[in-house]
Design a binder for this molecule. Structure first.
Ligand SMILES: [Mn+2]
Length: 201
């Protein structure tokens, strides 16, 4: 089975549309799953502390109807959804799973890990050969905890019994997504082509 994994959309309509189009062209039968931070919260950590009441959704987040119509696939929760729920009191943003398990792979958003000052993750314990995640907006594959350079459009074989941690990158900045084929046991990084409209939200 094929899975198309995308994360860190941050409410970016044009890039999300470009990535979904690219997925449809490249792997039309893949099951699409989001890796969190679908939406962009406009309230930073500092402002969060000074809030005394809930904010309306429009003030708290980049929330456009045309964007929500693109989100027809399941997703795990990201820190943006958690913050939007906290700021608005809207519990529906907490309705996403913290973790999804698919064939031989765990899906998590990286806010559940520790990160060092260089923004490198320390991975939690997980029970599958593969871990897919997002959060730092940097596509990467870690083999035995060593970060390895990503080559796009090149299937990487991940069925050799080692564990692999795969950061699928970000939709919002670079239109990244990742194809996981559980029959072939391959992972392929992709970037949807840039269209002019992608330069705006
Ligand atoms: Mn995040």
């Amino acid at each position: 089975m094929q899975y198309a994994l995308l994360g860190d959309l941050h409410s970016h309509y044009h890039n999300t549309k470009a990535v979904l189009k690219h997925i449809k062209e490249t792997a039309p039968n893949a099951q699409i799953i989001g890796l969190g931070d679908l939406f962009e919260c406009k309230i930073g950590k500092k402002k969060l502390k000074s809030l005394t009441t809930y904010l309306p959704l429009k003030e708290a987040a980049v929330f456009q109807k045309k964007f929500t119509k693109l989100i027809t696939f399941p997703s795990i929760i990201g820190n943006q959804e958690e913050r939007i729920a906290h700021v608005t009191g809207k519990k529906e943003f907490l309705s996403y799973e913290e973790k999804i398990l698919i064939e031989r792979a765990t899906l998590l958003h990286g806010h559940q890990f520790g990160w060092n000052e260089k923004f490198e993750p320390s991975f939690p314990v997980y029970d599958t050969p593969l871990l897919f995640f997002g959060h730092s907006h940097r596509a990467a594959i870690y083999i035995k905890n060593v970060r390895t350079t990503v080559e796009y459009n090149q299937p990487i074989h991940v069925g050799d019994g080692h564990t692999y941690e795969i950061n699928v990158g970000a939709v919002v900045e670079s239109r990244d997504w990742c194809l996981y084929d559980s029959d072939q046991m391959t992972v392929t990084f992709f970037q949807a082509p840039l269209d002019e409209a992608s330069l705006t939200y």
